[in-house]
Design a protein around this ligand. Structure first.
Ligand SMILES: [Fe+2]
Length: 236
């Protein structure tokens, strides 16, 4: 097991982060967000998709978030070189049908991929229906951090994969940042080629930096992760 090569993140693109300040449980101040962007830039990241939570707990929707993003982007454009894009992480909860009606914030330039998450503890009966409706409307769900869903078995993941849903690994799941079960699942899924994309899901810089320094992977896993970052790059 070894650390990632020094230049591993050179030119990297991230498709999942909570850097847009003051809109969810991620970054709260603009200064902290800028510090995170500088850190990512030093690591080598070139492009980031900011994906605020669209879920019951937060009063976020497309109409509110787009101007917040544009204001943030204007303010930071002369402070960092990372290219920013706006997306959203859509929770498949009872508010979801309303977001569905108003239109999604997608994570790709083709505007076809919808980043989705479900409850960690249980798969609500209507989750399957919501995923199906996304496909029916011409979009493809990218399921965020599947390794973190405690209810999901290998068969569950395979069933969703067969339906054409895509999977996004949380990079730090591989370090145990979300507990042992998620860590074990993430290594299995990475080695089995289950993932399509990878995201930082960055909420707090200290935490991210700390866990990233612990990341150790086999050569095969590093190669697999590299392919996921290549897939990410194709979305920009
Ligand atoms: Fe997230």
């Amino acid at each position: 097991m070894k650390s990632l090569p020094n230049d591993f993140f050179q030119g990297a693109c991230d498709i999942h982060s909570h850097i847009l300040p003051g809109v969810d449980d991620g970054f709260q101040s603009e200064a902290d967000s800028v510090e995170a962007l500088h850190y990512l830039e030093q690591l080598g990241f070139a492009k980031m998709c900011l994906t605020p939570h669209f879920m019951k707990q937060y009063d976020n929707d497309k109409e509110k978030i787009v101007p917040r993003f544009e204001a943030f982007q204007n303010k930071v454009s002369n402070k960092c070189k990372i290219q920013l894009r706006l997306g959203a992480e859509h929770m498949l909860d009872s508010d979801f049908p309303e977001h569905f009606k108003r239109g999604f914030l997608t994570i790709d330039s083709e505007k076809s991929l919808v980043l989705c998450e479900t409850s960690y503890l249980m798969c609500e009966p209507n989750t399957t229906v919501m995923l199906y409706d996304i496909m029916l409307d011409g979009y493809t769900p990218v399921i965020a951090h599947p390794e973190r869903y405690q209810y999901a078995s290998k068969q569950h993941y395979e069933r969703w994969k067969d339906k054409g849903y895509l999977y996004q690994l949380n990079l730090l799941s591989l370090t145990g940042a979300y507990g042992e079960p998620a860590m074990v699942k993430s290594h299995h899924m990475l080695r089995d080629g289950m993932y399509d994309y990878v995201g930082t899901d960055l909420h707090r810089l200290d935490n991210f930096r700390n866990y990233l320094s612990r990341l150790r992977l086999s050569t095969k896993e590093i190669d697999a992760l590299h392919l996921l970052f290549e897939n990410n790059a194709k979305l920009f």
